[in-house]
Each structure stands twice: as structure tokens, then as C-alpha cells.
Ligand binder design. Structure first.
Ligand SMILES: [Mn+2]
Length: 412
């Protein structure tokens, strides 16, 4: 038997919204490529491990698209290879909730090539003369769902035992903190020959379960966001052996995130030059890859003058208009800090002794100390922070303490 194992196709994803149409195309194209490869190769079963769709509500043409592609897979697979394929689908967290999900639109009583798992113990099981599949949809409480659906679902199973699910697996996927997951020992309790899982977007190598059987997470089929690496695709599994074959899918666009970061105060022009370099470098990379792409530039550091709004995206926008390979440039200046208060020009003109006049004679001490610190800052301030280093600061601290001690406040 030959399986295709895929997950997280996210058809209809449109984020970042600035390039929504490009994004929708990319996810649809990846799905079409999966169907093409399956048809070329010939498959007996296709396992879709959740998040077929991006959202519960989608544009009708996208639902139609998914429906048509699945039909094409079944039809052409039979025409070319004489095999009737069975496509098995579980619900991911993006597909919707129990009783209300996008998968309803692709369910059809006459589509015998398709099995969409439901939310009752009966609807969680698919069986025929060769395989026994338990489909575990996405639930918030995974351990409980496992006991309710997976454990009884495998009772009396004959043939190849397969668990299809949309959940993290600890000890196999890099599970994010505070996320629900199942561990390998738990999975082993139902003695599966294969566990195919989605939800985790990064490709994983097949892994032996303790005591037998395999787990496999193919990852998503397109770049879900800027943080993901572009190693996208799906697996064919030949149950002889078994043999696992990775089928790479090249992401449609080039997505990159770069930092422009200053470790000392810099004027707005410095950051602008950094952004320009980043964009120019990216255009070069696009040319080499022969692709269109989008870039996010994260600007961080401290300004020596001006305001974050002085670091404008105008130049980047002009480059975007000139250069068709640049689909979008995002410039993120949230982490750009204003100049320190000490750099405000009106400060120098203040008469410090007058300002602290209410302290009486002590205002003269304040004026003296202020002048000393100001001089020290001018000569010794750290380039990075604009402050005195701890060693150059400590004599001032002692002197302040001495001056306070030698005066008596509140009549003490
Ligand atoms: Mn997903």
C-alpha cells in the first residue's frame, strides 16, 4: 500500500493582509502540487492531518477549489493507476469547531473517495479490509479526547492500525510552552502501526514508537509565516518496509525577516540607511532565486534625535514600486526608542539652584552636584547607554550621601 501523508495546507490563508491575494494563491498552489504528485505516483490512501482550511468561513470559490482538487485526485488516480483512493481528513483547530466546521462543505454522501471524521465514537473510526483508522479531530482537552475516542476506537481493530490526528506530540515535536500534547508512551497504548499528525508546522523525520509503530509529522505545505523555515512538503509512505519518501514543495514566494539594530544612539538617517541596505540585499536574493517576495524589517535601538516617525517607509515604498519582485515591505519601528530625556536641549538653560530654591542653602549643593555630573557625563558617558558606568558613578553617590549627612533635614 502507498499512503500520502500531509497536513496544514491552510487553504485560504491571506496573512499578511497587504498581500492577501498572493498568499491565497500560494496555499492553493501548494495543494494543487500535492494532488499532482499523488496522481503521478499513484496512491491507495491520502491522510490529511487537519487544518485543510485556514478558517471556518471562507470565500466560496476556495471551498469549491478544495472540493474539485480532491475529486480530481480520486478520478485521475483511478484513471492512471486503476486504484480507488480513499482520502481521510480530520479537523484541525483552523477548520472550525465540533458541529460547525469548513469540512462540512466538502462532505458529500456520494463522494465515496472521501471520509471526513466526526465527533462521535462511531464517526471517529474508518475501516475497510486493509486499514483501521481512528481520526482524532482537534479538541482543547486532548488527553480526555484520546480516552473518549482513540482508546475505544481501536477495540477489535483488524488490518493496519492508523491514528490520524491534529495535535502536538511531545518527545517528537517541539511543543510550545503551555500547549496540550500527547506523548509517545500515551500513543503506544493504542498499539498503532502509524500515527500521522498535523498541527506542528515543521517537517519531522519518521520516528519509531517505543515498542513498535511509527509517528510522522509532515509539517505544513507552505510558509505559514515569516518565522517558519522553507523546508515544506509532504510524505509518501510505502507500507513495504516501510519506506518513507519526503516530497519537497518549494514555497511560492520568498519571505524574509531582517533586523536593523543599533547598539548605541543613532539618528533617523542611520536607521534609514540600514533599511535601504536590507531592501537592496533582499532584491538581490530575489533575483538569484527568480522569485517574488516579501520582506519585514524590524528596526530597534535608540534614537539620538528626532522621533520614530522620522524613520519613514517612503523610500522602501518607492523601491517597491520600481521593483516588481518586491511584493511587500513591512517596516516595524515599534522597538525604536526616543532619545533619552538628558538629551533634551531646553535642560541646559535651566537655573538649577533657582529650580530647587525651596531647599534653601541646600540648593547650592544641588547646583554643584548637577554641574559635576553634567561635566562627567560629557567626558565619560557610555557610548552605548549615554549614562555613567558604575565605577565613574560611585564617587558621586558617596559624595551625595556625605552632603545629605552633613545637613539636618526636618529638624533632626
Ligand atoms: Mn496549522
Amino acid at each position: 500500500m502507498r499512503f500520502a501523508v500531509l497536513a496544514d495546507t491552510h487553504i485560504g490563508r491571506s496573512i499578511p493582509l497587504a498581500i492577501a491575494e498572493h498568499r491565497r494563491k500560494a496555499f492553493s498552489l501548494a495543494f494543487t502540487k500535492v494532488v499532482n504528485r499523488c496522481v503521478e505516483r499513484g496512491v491507495d490512501y491520502v491522510f490529511i492531518a487537519g487544518d485543510l482550511f485556514e478558517r471556518r468561513t471562507l470565500r466560496p470559490y476556495l471551498v469549491q477549489f478544495a472540493h474539485d482538487e480532491l475529486y480530481r485526485l480520486a478520478k485521475e488516480n483511478e484513471e492512471r493507476h486503476g486504484k480507488k483512493v480513499k482520502i481521510l481528513v480530520v479537523r484541525g483547530n483552523h477548520d472550525g469547531r465540533p458541529q460547525s466546521d469548513t469540512l462540512d462543505y466538502i462532505r458529500h454522501p456520494l463522494a465515496e473517495y472521501l471520509n471526513v471524521f466526526g465527533d462521535t465514537p462511531e464517526e471517529s473510526v474508518y475501516r475497510d479490509e486493509k486499514v483501521h483508522v481512528v481520526g482524532l479531530n482537534y479538541y482543547d482537552q486532548i488527553e480526555k479526547a484520546f480516552e473518549v475516542f482513540a482508546v475505544p476506537g481501536f477495540e477489535g481493530a483488524k488490518g493496519t492500525r492508523i491514528l490520524l490526528m491534529h495535535h502536538f506530540i511531545s518527545g517528537y515535536n517541539d511543543v510550545p510552552p503551555y500547549s496540550e500534547s500527547l506523548n509517545l508512551d500515551k500513543l503506544r497504548e493504542v498499539k498503532p502501526d502509524y500515527v500521522f499528525s498535523g498541527h506542528y508546522h515543521r517537517k519531522c523525520e519518521p520516528k519509531r514508537l517505543p515498542g513498535g509503530g511509527w509517528v510522522l509529522t509532515p509539517g505544513s505545505t507552505e510558509m505559514y509565516d515569516f518565522a517558519e523555515n522553507p523546508d515544506k512538503g509532504f510524505y509518501f509512505v510505502d507500507t513495504d518496509g516501510p519506506r518513507f519518501e519526503w516530497v519537497p514543495l518549494e514555497p511560492m514566494h520568498f519571505m524574509k525577516q531582517v533586523k536593523v539594530e543599533a547598539n548605541r544612539q543613532r539618528p533617523p538617517e542611520w536607521y534609514m540607511a540600514g533599511i535601504r541596505d536590507a531592501v537592496e540585499g533582499f532584491v538581490e536574493e530575489l533575483k538569484q532565486a527568480g522569485k517574488q517576495g516579501y520582506l519585514r524589517v524590524c528596526v530597534s535601538g535608540r534614537l539620538s534625535e528626532g522621533f520614530p516617525s522620522d524613520v519613514s517607509s517612503r523610500e522602501a515604498e518607492e523601491m517597491m514600486e520600481r521593483e516588481p519582485s518586491l511584493l511587500w515591505i513591512d517596516i516595524e519601528t515599534m522597538r525604536l526608542d526616543l532619545p533619552p530625556m538628558a538629551a533634551r536641549p531646553d535642560r541646559a538653560s535651566r537655573n538649577v539652584a533657582e529650580f530647587f530654591g525651596e531647599f534653601g542653602e541646600f540648593s547650592a549643593d544641588i547646583r554643584e552636584m548637577h554641574q559635576k555630573v553634567k561635566d562627567a557625563l560629557e567626558n565619560d558617558a557610555s557610548e552605548q547607554t549615554g549614562l555613567l558606568t558604575p565605577t565613574s558613578r560611585s564617587p558621586f553617590v558617596s559624595e551625595w550621601v556625605e552632603r545629605f549627612k552633613s545637613r539636618r533635614f526636618r529638624g533632626e
